[in-house]
Write a protein that binds this ligand. Structure first.
Ligand code: PMP
Length: 282
């Protein structure tokens, strides 16, 4: 396989980083995960726009433009001859320099990106998943897709150890988002989700769900809800690039309604399928 770096495209085995990599030592960088369906990038521009916004938010200036990056990523896809469902992982750090918390004098970011096969989560999408609630202990800049994922890692591990698919995070009883997803609640045919403040990552799929709701005439309310509201919900679902739209059928010990995916969730899943099919036909 081939890897895209700031110095060009190399074979996987040729890419190594020094110990003094700011991404490793400080988590000083940002990243993106982009979906490919049958070898085609989905919503690539939206992801790269967010990458540039994340970079600006940590005062990292990207030494190349979006168009150039897109060309390189298309080349990476061609070289790897990707035909199947996959994801692109892309990360950019403040570079490799002698260890020092303060920024290096020189702007020399490290970039790497690679594509890895990843099947759709068909089973989860069809039957729904179980979740747990856990405290959101993250910092105040969750809108930045930064490499600092330790709280997310710990939350996800807790979910896995309790036999759940995802950990739903809350601050003093207010639901923010999942450890690697956005969380939605359906009540009386209305979709609710946490507003896109600094408390959450504004997911690309989240912004698409907002569009689908507008197209389908489903009221979409960006208003935070509580952990108690979760238990009273008609439907719950989560979204992310790797998960698409997945119904949530249980939170801790509480089964949501009948434990089966609801009608609004299914309608949004259908809209997602149509939208991604359109994207991959061009
Ligand atoms: N929130 C967090 C904390 C995430 O890690 C992710 C996945 N990257 C999301 C939300 C969903 O974002 P997206 O739809 O862009 O994948």
């Amino acid at each position: 396989p081939y890897v895209l770096t700031d110095r060009g495209i190399f074979r996987y085995e040729q890419v190594t980083y020094p110990m003094e990599e700011r991404g490793l030592q400080f988590g000083d960088g940002v990243y993106e995960v982009v979906r490919l369906y049958r070898g085609t990038y989905v919503w690539l521009r939206e992801h790269l726009d967010r990458l540039y916004r994340s970079a600006a938010a940590i005062r990292l200036s990207v030494p190349f433009g979006c168009e150039e990056l897109i060309e390189q990523l298309e080349e990476l896809r061609r070289l790897n001859d990707v035909q199947e469902d996959a994801i692109l992982y892309l990360q950019m750090t403040r570079g490799s320099f002698p260890r020092n918390h303060a920024f290096p004098a020189e702007n020399r970011p490290n970039l790497y990106a690679y594509i890895q096969p990843m099947a759709r989560k068909t089973e989860e999408m069809t039957h729904g998943v179980r979740t747990i609630l856990t405290k959101d202990v993250r910092w105040e800049y969750c809108y930045i897709k930064s490499l600092n994922l330790l709280p997310n890692v710990l939350a996800k591990q807790e979910a896995v150890e309790r036999g759940a698919f995802e950990a739903i995070l809350h601050r003093d009883g207010v639901v923010t988002e999942g450890s690697s997803s956005n969380i939605f609640l359906v009540k009386n045919e209305t979709v609710y989700t946490h507003p896109a403040t600094a408390r959450i990552l504004n997911g690309i799929v989240r912004t698409k769900v907002k569009q689908f709701c507008a197209e389908l005439g489903i009221p979409f309310v960006e208003e935070a809800f509580s952990t108690n509201d979760l238990r009273e919900a008609d439907e719950l679902f989560l979204t992310s690039t790797t998960s698409a739209i997945i119904p949530i059928i249980q939170v801790d010990e509480t089964v949501i309604r009948s434990g089966a995916p609801g009608a609004v969730t299914k309608a949004l899943q259908a809209a997602y399928r149509q939208a991604t099919q359109r994207e991959t036909q061009n």
